[in-house]
Each structure stands twice: as C-alpha cells, then as structure tokens.
Design a binder for this molecule. Sequence first.
Ligand SMILES: CC(C)(COP(=O)(O)OP(=O)(O)OC[C@H]1O[C@@H](n2cnc3c(N)ncnc32)[C@H](O)[C@@H]1OP(=O)(O)O)[C@@H](O)C(=O)NCCC(=O)NCCS
Length: 165
Amino acid sequence: MSLQIVRMTPEHTEEVHRVLDIVARERKFLSYLEALPLAQSREFVLEMIAKGNPIFVAVVDDKVVGWCDVARVERPVNAHVGVLGMGLLPAHRGKGHGTELINAVVADAHRAGISRVEFTVHADNDWAIGLYEKVGFVREGVRRDAVCIDGRFIDSILMAKLHQD
Ligand SMILES: CC(C)(COP(=O)(O)OP(=O)(O)OC[C@H]1O[C@@H](n2cnc3c(N)ncnc32)[C@H](O)[C@@H]1OP(=O)(O)O)[C@@H](O)C(=O)NCCC(=O)NCCS
C-alpha cells in the first residue's frame, strides 16, 4: 500500500465526489448528508483550483481515498480566513493519512496567505477532534444544538489554527 498526498486536479473530481458522498451518507460527520450533484461538484473543484485554494487528495494504490480542502472566505475583511473540510473512506482511517493530508493542506494555506484556518466539528466526533488538536487547532467556542441529524441535536465546536500558533 503506497500513500500519496497530491494536489487535486480536475481528473480526480469523480473519485472525490464518490468518497465525499460515502462519508456524507454515514450521517455522522459532515454538515451535508449527500454529495452535491456531480456537475456542481465539478464546478466547485474548478473554482477552487482557479482561485488557488488548497485542495489535496490522499491516493492509495492509484485510488482516491480521501480529500482535504480550505476554501478562502470571499469577504475582503475575512480574506485571510479559510474554511477546512476533510474526510477519508472508512477502510482508510486510523492509518495516519488524515494527519498527512491536513498537514499538507494547512502548510499550503499558509503559503497562500491564509493565516487563519477554521471549521466546525460535531462535538461527538472525538476522532476528528483528536486529529485537529494533535496538529495544533484549538477550540474557540461551542455552537449549541447547531446540528440536527435524524432528530438528534448535536453541538458543533468552532476550531481554528493561526499561522503563528
Ligand atoms: C477524522 C479523520 C479525517 C482523521 O483521519 P485519520 O487518518 O483517521 O486519522 P489519523 O490516523 O491520522 O490519526 C490522527 C488522530 O486521530 C485520532 N485517532 C486515530 N485513530 C483513532 C481511533 N480509532 N479512534 C479515535 N481516535 C483516533 C488520534 O488522536 C490520532 O492521533 P495519534 O495517531 O497521534 O494517536 C478520518 O477519521 C475521517 O475521515 N473521519 C470521518 C469524516 C470526518 O470526521 N471528517 C471530519 C469532519 S469535521
């Protein structure tokens, strides 16, 4: 098994779309429950690439098994801020791929002048929070009952890392 962390290209779109859809349909971790239609995903990816936003994939044995991206906030006063999202296929978790992906993407975000990377994570996602704290993200606040999946309310935690952290 050989892991590669590479910058995403338009050719990866269908595979990333599939991975994201599988993770979303687990109904536990993401803020959407299925992927956008493929055409919209393709538009999103092309826009991310055109804007120079960090977007990387984890490739194992020539197959995409995960992604991580940082979307720069469009408002001028928040242009130094990027919002991170990531996920791996279930069979590829717990093997260090997430650590490699996020380190690559955060380094690229800093290179691109994004000095604050942030996101919210479901408060019960201990695994992801473990990864984020390990690589230097800190908890900044709690959005109480911000998420409701299948009738269950979940807090979401705002986490961020500044370039100087
Ligand atoms: C969260 C996720 C990206 C982490 O990536 P990963 O490759 O599984 O994580 P790693 O193997 O790099 O481990 C990173 C840290 O996660 C935690 N972790 C790893 N395996 C774990 C397990 N079985 N149970 C709980 N925590 C675990 C540990 O803190 C670990 O650090 P350590 O190796 O120093 O102990 C991945 O598990 C995933 O895709 N989960 C589902 C989608 C998701 O939650 N996305 C984020 C939404 S905000």
